[in-house]
Ligand binder design. Sequence first.
Ligand SMILES: *Cc1c(COP(=O)(O)O)cnc(C)c1O
Length: 363
Amino acid sequence: MERYKIGLIPGPVSVPTEIRDAWKIDYASSDLEDEFFTLYHENQTLTQKLLHTRNKIVITSGEAMSILWAALKCTLKQNEKMLAVSSGLFGTGFAEMARAFGVNAGVCEVPYDEIPDAQKVYDHAKNFRPKVITAVHCETPSGTLTTNLAEIGAIAHELGALFVVDFVSSVGGVDLDVDACNIDVGLLGSQKCLSLTPSLSISSISQRAWEVIKSVNYSGYEAYKDWEDVPEIHYMPYTHDWHSMKALNISLSRIMNETPEKVYARHSEVAKLCRDFGQEMGLKLFPKSEYFSSPTVTAFYVPENFTWKEFDSALRERGLAIGGNYGVLAGKVFRIGHMGNQADYELVKNGMNVIREVIKERA
Ligand SMILES: *Cc1c(COP(=O)(O)O)cnc(C)c1O
């Protein structure tokens, strides 16, 4: 399928027309024009407001994986210690990525249908003494939300570690207070709750983190070090994507105009509809408790009398696209992405109706 009739993939999500309009303009050079830096600065300010932070915001081109790498490579050197707090594939993924460039990475893991246990993190970290602790706010593959980030952030700071958090698939759909959670490096993608194309990445970086970034002094395409004062010095390490920067401005303005409170309420309401409707038709929620479930994505077990492939094909025949899974969850757990533009009551209801039809046909 080139386009989805009913698109409920947990990212990339459908991009609203108002945002796509950003590509109608034949923009000048982002390297040369004051207007670009003004727009960049405006997006920094809007993002700070969304994240409740005074930390500096860095907006780079490239999909979110580019800043997951940046956060690790810019804060850690070979043989240094990192602890990945994990309740899912992205959580453990941080450790695998760091090991790939020689970091001594430990994992503090709980089953993927749960959320991290702060006491376990404290015990592990106190023993291991990592330079960096990583965590994931919404574990998209598990459909869970780590609601105790503030506790983990407090532990990181008590033990003198930097706190790096992937909030790629939560911010914009869930309220998160970056400063209250002591998040030193926060990572946000464009193609999830912000309903943009997978083209930009947004990082919030604390003063403590900037100091570490300067001492590590990593160079590379994704390096943070030359982004600290971009709007002030009017100089960037590479030509930026003005169209996406404009699209981000439209997206953030839409959230501010609707008001973040209403946006979060809309996500919660639609998530509840999805969970209730799914359970009513006999689907089993993947998260062990409904309280672990994220307002941005719902994960259910694949119904027993289907393989994932059969289930997915039957849904696709009716125009519905949902997310499968990866790693240990592949073939077992599927996801419905109701984030950003897809946090829409009617859309989710239509999608769930299709799932009900397909299940009924087999029963
Ligand atoms: C989507 C996502 C990313 C980026 O991963 P892609 O698979 O490249 O889209 C990173 N972290 C989380 C938690 C995500 O949901």
